[in-house]
Design a binder for this molecule. Structure first.
Ligand SMILES: C[S@@+](CC[C@H](N)C(=O)[O-])C[C@H]1O[C@@H](n2cnc3c(N)ncnc32)[C@H](O)[C@@H]1O
Length: 292
């Protein structure tokens, strides 16, 4: 198998389904503010639900609706994928794989399956590469090639033919409003990935089966409850080993390769303060259970 040369999306219009109307561009500042406000409201909503406070839940829902709901949030996220704003995150994954080009090229016949969770476009770099058979899901599908489905409710695979070589969670884990939910999402990736002992040619074995994960950089660089080494400890406990990582001022990218089973007994990770200070955010991942 060869990796087709990256056909970079050159404009937002090129990454949009042909039937969709051209949305109005939102300024960089407004995009960031809208995404942040949406995350804060989703978090407050999750807290209201946890407390059983239905009145607060309804009030917060109407605030989310007034902002334009998930559609406006997704539009803002798509704006963030514009080339002039850094491009879609999957081009980093393709850069990593292209750096292995010769080894991967010699792996003719490999048929790699990707599950893209939180897909906004069918034309991002990993789709355009031709390297993967991509199955795309999102809570709110924006296009024909994207199945409307909650990853946390996706039926479990019956056998390996329904499992994936790679899962993409790009800017999705931080969308989950609570730390337990994030832990559950990470655990659930294991149900949908092929086993660590899957036979790959030696070149592919370096990269698969794996989880491509992208987070806003401050989740790792400025959280009270998370830093790079804590994230790595959690991922290691799930059987993942860091194969690649990259940090920019906005985003942190990781490729986690599944190398072993989950630690037995499964490790527990609580919300523990690692980096005190007033100006920190509260991004955290809590793991409290066994794997599927
Ligand atoms: C910020 S957007 C990220 C889009 C794109 N992956 C990117 O990197 O720009 C987050 C998306 O994740 C989706 N999402 C969040 N939780 C999800 C879940 N449990 N199942 C499926 N999609 C989910 C949301 O609907 C939203 O469209």
């Amino acid at each position: 198998m060869t990796i087709k040369k990256k056909s970079r999306v050159t404009s937002l219009a090129a990454g949009r389904p042909p039937t969709a109307r051209k949305p109005k561009s939102i300024s960089r500042k407004a995009t960031k503010a809208l995404i942040n406000t949406h995350h804060v409201l989703e978090k407050k909503k999750a807290q209201a639900i946890a407390k059983g406070d239905r009145a607060a839940e309804i009030a917060i829902e109407s605030e989310i609706d007034a902002l334009g709901g998930i559609e406006k949030y997704q539009l803002a996220s798509l704006q963030g994928q514009r080339l002039d704003r850094g491009g879609d995150s999957s081009h980093i994954l393709m850069e990593w794989l292209n750096s292995m080009d010769s080894t991967i090229s010699s792996s003719a016949g490999a048929h790699l399956k990707m599950l893209e969770v939180g897909a906004l476009s069918t034309k991002n770099a990993c789709s355009a590469s031709g390297f993967f058979d991509v199955e795309r899901i999102d809570l709110n599908s924006q296009s024909d090639g994207i199945l409307q489905q909650d990853f946390m409710k996706r039926p479990l695979p019956k056998d390996d033919s329904e499992r994936f070589d790679i899962i993409s969670l790009s800017l999705v884990l931080n969308f989950v409003p609570d730390a337990m939910g994030r832990g559950a999402m990470l655990l659930r990736t294991l149900d949908f990935l092929k086993q660590p002992d899957t036979q790959y040619s030696s070149g592919l074995r370096t990269f698969f089966p794996s989880l491509f994960m992208v987070l806003p950089a401050p989740c790792v660089t400025n959280s009270r409850y998370m830093n790079e080494s804590h994230l790595e400890t959690i991922m290691n406990a799930l059987g993942y080993v860091k194969a690649q990582s990259k940090i920019t001022h906005k985003l942190v990218y990781h490729l986690w390769v599944r190398k072993s089973g989950v630690q037995c007994p499964p490790a527990t990770f609580k919300k523990t303060e690692l980096r005190p200070g007033h100006s920190r955010n509260n991004f955290a991942v809590v793991l409290s259970g066994s794997s599927g």
